[in-house]
Design a protein around this ligand. Structure first.
Ligand SMILES: *Cc1c(COP(=O)(O)O)cnc(C)c1O
Length: 374
């Protein structure tokens, strides 16, 4: 049996090696390392795939969030509502820009931001909501968009973990994750569902004016070389990374199917074990399984992870510390006990290996190793 990894980028690469190698080689040959043709080509391909008017490539997913907030003109003192259960980047950029992060709890079933909690957190200073489509499944976007509309707020989707997921509206229409609200932000970090071979990110919008502003922000606040109209940043997707992404994008749906197949194997194996709560599908979104995350109920989670590790099965906790209990984000507004669902999840979730290359033998070994501990 092949070594079991949380993510198997090597196995995935082997299958598309010829195309990837020639894509990278082409960039090296033409030496257009920055803003070369590969960047434009990938940008267009992604616009078509997502059905969105504008894709603004940038250097990473954290920058994508920052550039979106700068493009929307958010100012110090503005309050931005986001989830207490996410990767740090989401809250980090809010704080970095001098905006005020306002945290709210998540739904226990989907791990995504709770629209009822958003309503309660709105004040006269609230300017935006940042839902995160955690682990590969969309937040309750229809409810979130309704709240935003009622209060005149922007909605910025953090779709770093859910690129390719479809969101279904009550009227039967659907949209791709990241294109459902004012602006969507994603990451092409190698382990993400659409990962490059270094850092990368992108921002999506259907708003022409906003796209123009964000294109200016990522380019040092400049439209004409050496003339700077606003304060911007330097955030570019390299041509080599774009060449990799251009090859991988046509495989994205197949990759999501492979992840779902692994998820279904896990589901079946754990169906009769009430102490393992398998991921709940929300019903209004497809799941692209960035992570397969289980809630362990009444189990020694750390003991289980140690047991798995001794058998060569990696398992991870995403995320062990809620946002409001992170040292850097200590804030007199928040204390332990404020976000009970997030706190419960932090103590009880664990994620099993999830990637496009898991085979039945590996899945059998992983699931029997888990069940063997119980
Ligand atoms: C990965 C991730 C980011 C940040 O992306 P980087 O490319 O690593 O900067 C932001 N939000 C979420 C939810 C993520 O998972």
């Amino acid at each position: 049996m092949q070594e079991i990894r949380m993510v198997d980028l090597k196995g995935q690469y082997e299958k598309i090696k010829t195309e990837i190698d020639s894509g990278i080689q082409k960039v090296i040959e033409n030496t257009a390392f920055i803003n070369g043709p590969a960047v434009k080509e990938f940008q267009k391909d992604l616009e078509v795939y997502l059905g969105v008017k504008h894709v603004v490539p940038c250097a990473n997913g954290t920058d994508a969030l920052q550039v979106a907030m700068m493009g929307l003109g958010l100012k110090p003192g503005d309050e931005v509502i986001t989830t207490s259960f996410t990767f740090i980047a989401t809250a980090e950029v809010i704080a970095l820009l001098g905006l005020t992060p306002v945290l709210v709890d998540v739904c226990p079933e989907t791990f995504n931001i709770d629209p009822e909690a958003i309503k309660k957190a709105i004040t006269s200073k609230t300017k935006a909501i940042v839902p995160v489509h955690l682990f590969g499944q969309c937040a309750d976007m229809e409810a979130i968009n309704d709240i935003a509309k009622e209060h005149g707020l922007f909605v910025i989707e953090d779709t770093a973990q859910a690129i390719g997921a479809d969101y279904f509206f009550k009227d039967g229409t659907k949209k791709k994750a990241g294109t459902i609200a004012d602006v969507g932000c994603t990451s092409f970090f190698p382990s993400k569902n659409l990962g490059c071979y270094g850092d990368g990110g992108a921002i999506f919008t259907n708003d022409d004016e906003l796209a123009k502003k964000m294109l200016t922000v990522v380019n040092h606040g400049s439209n004409v070389r050496y003339y700077h109209d606003t304060i911007g940043v330097n955030s570019r997707l390299d041509s080599i990374q774009a060449a990799v992404l251009k090859v991988k994008l046509p495989h994205l749906d197949k990759y999501a199917a492979a992840r779902n197949k692994a998820a279904e194997y896990y589901d079946k194996a754990f169906a009769n074990e009430p102490r393992l709560k398998i991921p709940v599908r929300s019903g209004n979104s497809t799941h692209v399984f960035h992570q397969y995350t289980i809630v362990a109920e009444g189990i020694d989670r750390e003991g289980l992870i140690k047991h798995l590790s001794s058998k060569g099965v990696p398992a991870m906790v995403y995320y062990p510390v809620p946002m409001h209990l992170q040292k850097a984000y200590t804030d007199p507004r928040y204390k332990e006990g404020d976000f009970p669902v997030t706190e419960y999840l932090s103590k009880n979730v664990f994620s099993l290996p999830m990637h496009t290359e898991l085979d039945e033998g590996q899945l059998e070994f992983i699931t029997s190793s888990v069940l063997g501990f119980l």
